[in-house]
Design a protein around this ligand. Sequence first.
Ligand code: ACO
Length: 356
Amino acid sequence: MRNAVVTGWGKCVPPGVLSNADLETITDTSDEWITTRTGIEERRISHVETSDMAAVAGLRALAAAGLEPGDLDMILVATCTPDRLVPSAASLVQHKMGAEGAAAMDLNAACSGFIFGLVTAQQMIAAGGFDRIAVIGAEKLHYFIDFTDRSTSVLFGDGAGAVIVEASEEDGGVRSFDLGTDGSAADILCVPASGTEGAPTTDRRTVIQMEGPEVFRRAVAAMGDASTRVVEAAGLGLDDVDLLIPHQANIRIIDATARRLRLDPAKVFVNIASYGNTSAATIPIAIAEAVEQGRITPGANIVLAAFGGGLTWAAALLRWGARVEPLGESDADLPESHATGLELMQPNVDLYGKGI
Ligand code: ACO
């Protein structure tokens, strides 16, 4: 079987910061509640579209892999917040990256989307049809949030991350995976009027609705179980895990998953304080930061684990390749913006604050 090794990584987080103190001015919450109950201190609010962040993250990952846009044969964008339903965000990203030779498609498994995408890329490469795939997770979640609703508004943020997966003889790549979905629980985390079911409207069915404690309970069980299974399926023991990169939805969910794997906290990557939950963008942003911070070493056994709307869950045992240094850097960037997170949120607050 051909290996599918991660050879490039990159992220793009928008500059607008929305702090817990900012949220105190919009809704009935407190910095103390948010930090102790979720671990989140601030999140980013995007001034551009999902595909803009995705393209910049993709170009940065390409540069780290020492590749040009023309080298890609597939772009997979994991997102539940595409710019438009048609065309896919991936089509826009392909054009913005200048990767005209690549086929491109979206994939939606909510917060589990990036791992679903990474496994899809690995399978496509292993089957022999593709050689170089960009897997990008990108979200502009703030569009689907009622910022006056404290049960959801404190949790989410915007951003993008990307990896390049290449066919290789080198040891590395996804060694095992566990993907799943429980469609019977789809309604506990959803945007009801976001598809063909609903007419265009500004009613509450157009924003994220969530039974938080029930999602929490299922997340802990699903992520913990899936993580344990992928370690076992890769023929490894828990001691062989070098790093856990979990979905960053709530620090208490992360801690519970780490406890199930009996992992030393030093082996758990956490950046929730800075970004909140960026859904499918979370894991590739975390991968990029983990490499930058020297937390990923050559040949490392990394457990990726996520859960999300669907309800979906996903885990994969990713063996890193030999290289942890980027081969190059991209000067791709977002258009400049000096707007604060709070300023970018104002239209949303004006809309929902009127009780629409
Ligand atoms: N600020 C202040 N108080 C709050 C807030 C807030 N932001 N939110 C809830 N509260 C209050 C509640 O009203 C409640 O008050 P009461 O006891 O007087 O009724 C109290 O805090 C406890 O509320 P719970 O909802 O039980 O709080 P919990 O500890 O479960 O935390 C949370 C809620 C953070 C949502 C948690 O359940 C969670 O993280 N769930 C998982 C959610 C998640 O990860 N979703 C993303 C999935 S990814 C995707 O696919 C998009």
